[in-house]
Design a protein around this ligand. Structure first.
Ligand SMILES: Nc1ccn([C@@H]2O[C@H](COP(=O)(O)OP(=O)(O)OP(=O)(O)O)[C@@H](O)[C@H]2O)c(=O)n1
Ligand SMILES: C[C@](O)(CO)[C@H](O)COP(=O)(O)O
Length: 248
């Protein structure tokens, strides 16, 4: 009798949604201090819309939402959605939250993770599918991004001016510049080690990486830049709620 090879387990695809921020830049002076992921967009909490955008891709096995340890809103906001797990593993920074989520999820090294900001509720399923289609054959992974469309200025550091006004120091060439979006999709094992290393370096005075790709770049990889979508912009400032609501 010949011994059969065990059947190969297909690599899983897990979405991780960092949702432990406070959304300080999205608040106007007199706003109640509600984290932006819980603000309503056309009648539904932003976090629920973001998770639903991910669930539209049938290849995603599970969506794991990382919230602050003291969070008491996520369970209610996500009630009834299939394939969703909520984990109170938020950290001090976005990078720490994502690292904690990766450790908590107990994934196999070859599983894929797709990290997506709670603050990007407008992700079109076409862009999400484009990222997955590009990353799986490439092996390492990549991110959605858009080429910079405008002229780019760097401001002077010195002058203090009223109401956020600055003075130009120089014009930065936009050649080969892209604006990083999420999702950012990588192998779980590679991303976990890359983030662990970046977080240790951050303790030695470097800044923590502001996205997953930055940690992967520091580890020597060249993530793919896959065309994203204008609708997938991040809600960061008070006015952003209005334009997202206008087309939702
Ligand atoms: N310690 C943190 C900080 C941020 N995030 C998440 O990372 C995403 C992108 O971050 P950003 O837009 O900067 O959100 P905030 O940190 O909440 O915003 P702000 O910087 O204006 O306070 C958001 O979904 C946010 O909830 C997180 O999970 N943990
Ligand atoms: C990850 C990210 O969405 C890429 O553009 C972004 O960097 C997250 O926001 P933050 O303001 O840097 O925390």
């Amino acid at each position: 009798m010949s011994l059969k090879e065990p059947p190969e387990t297909p690599d899983r695809l897990i979405a991780l949604v960092p949702a432990a921020g406070v959304g300080s830049r999205a608040l106007r002076a007199h706003d109640a201090p509600i984290p932006k992921q819980y603000r309503l967009l056309a009648g539904q909490a932003m976090l629920r819309r973001t998770v639903q955008a991910l669930l539209a891709e049938v290849r995603i096995d599970e969506v794991r939402v990382s919230v602050a340890p003291e969070d008491d809103q996520a369970a209610e906001v996500l009630e009834g959605l299939p394939r969703v797990v909520c984990v109170p593993c938020g950290g001090e920074t976005r990078a720490q939250t994502v690292y904690n989520a990766l450790c908590d999820a107990q994934l196999a090294a070859q599983d894929w993770v797709l990290v997506h900001d709670a603050a990007r509720p407008g992700l079109p399923v076409e862009a999400l599918s484009r990222l997955i289609d590009a990353c799986i054959p490439n092996g390492v992974g990549g991110l959605l991004a858009l080429p910079v469309p405008d002229t780019v200025k760097r401001a002077r550091t010195s002058a203090t001016m009223p109401s956020g006004i600055a003075a130009v120091e120089t014009t930065v060439t936009r050649e080969r510049l892209w604006l990083a979006q999420t999702p950012q999709m990588f192998r779980a094992g590679l991303l976990r080690s890359a983030l662990a290393r970046s977080l240790v370096n951050a303790e030695k005075a470097e800044q923590p990486p502001t996205d997953e790709a930055q940690a992967m770049e520091a580890a020597g990889y060249a993530p793919l830049l896959v065309p994203g979508s204008g609708r997938n912009s991040k809600i960061t400032w008070p006015d952003d709620f209005e334009w997202v609501e206008s087309w939702l």
